[in-house]
Write a protein that binds this ligand. Sequence first.
Ligand code: NCD
Ligand code: ZN
Length: 343
Amino acid sequence: MSKITITKPDDWHLHFRDGELLNETVPATARCFQRAIVMPNLVPPVRNRAEALAYKQRILAAKPSGSDFEPLMVLYLTNDTTADDIRQAVGDDIPAAKLYPAGATTNSDAAVSGIESLYPIFETMSEVGMLLLIHGEVTDAETDIFDRERLFIEQHLAPIHSRFPELKIVFEHITTADAADFVLAATPSLAATITPQHLLLNRNDLLVGGIKPHNYCLPVLKRSTHQQRLRDVVASGSPKFFLGTDSAPHAKHTKETACGCAGCYSAWGALELYTQVFDDLNCLDKLEGFASLYGPDFYGLPRNTEQLTLKREPWVMPQEIQLANGDSIVPFFAGQTLNWQIT
Ligand code: NCD
Ligand code: ZN
């Protein structure tokens, strides 16, 4: 196959940041996605309807002219979130709220300590039909970083899912066979997103031959058997798994340093990278479901009506992206060849 046409896709998990950076991140995503679930881990975080809608306006102001890209906003759950915050926020424009365990990742200091204290909020979310998005990693200092996701399932996710069977939960950016198997065995109210980096790479790509800071993201890349299981589930065409890039920009100097940031900025090649994975797996027929159909179906939102075509024609991801403030970003897959491009 040298061409593939699919329903226009959406990105069900990414980071746009704020301010000047929106002029880089929003056009990069609007290039190929119709909608995106925008993570709320700003400083300070997006905690209520007013903050979410103000942020949405800043994103829309950075959209390329003529684009009908639509950001979907997310509340950041803190120990101070109230049932009223949830009731006032919920709607098609703010379909979800995000649970970050405190200390789990970039800008998660404001997040929740004692997840069980949020059970009354989950109850309200379940009642009003707001989705719960979860960064699923335990954060205690003693736990090995490679076990954080697996232990989160038994310690937190399984109890939440069984206590709130009607609550729709997205287990975000899953990285392990344990997570894939848990999602497969769960009821239809639990689904997961998978990033391009976790389908394309394993921890050797982070650590062998020298540390590769641009492949460092959270949850951290796992061993190849886990990568293989993620590839298997997307190739199976299960509607429980859909596209969420976790595209997360960090300036080059904050990644190439003694204590580097977590996050891969994949927006410049997001859909093309997924297409490459599905092509490698000989299942391009499964790309549309993963990229364009299962996400809106799970969220209870309409599927997009426009279409998008990719053709098999190699191109090279740039080494660096220059920002207006003089910083640069090294995009995910920098300097490497992608086999597909959007026509
Ligand atoms: C994300 C970021 O930079 O905001 N980083 C990452 O490694 N994925 C945060 C997150 O989603 O964990
Ligand atoms: Zn993320």
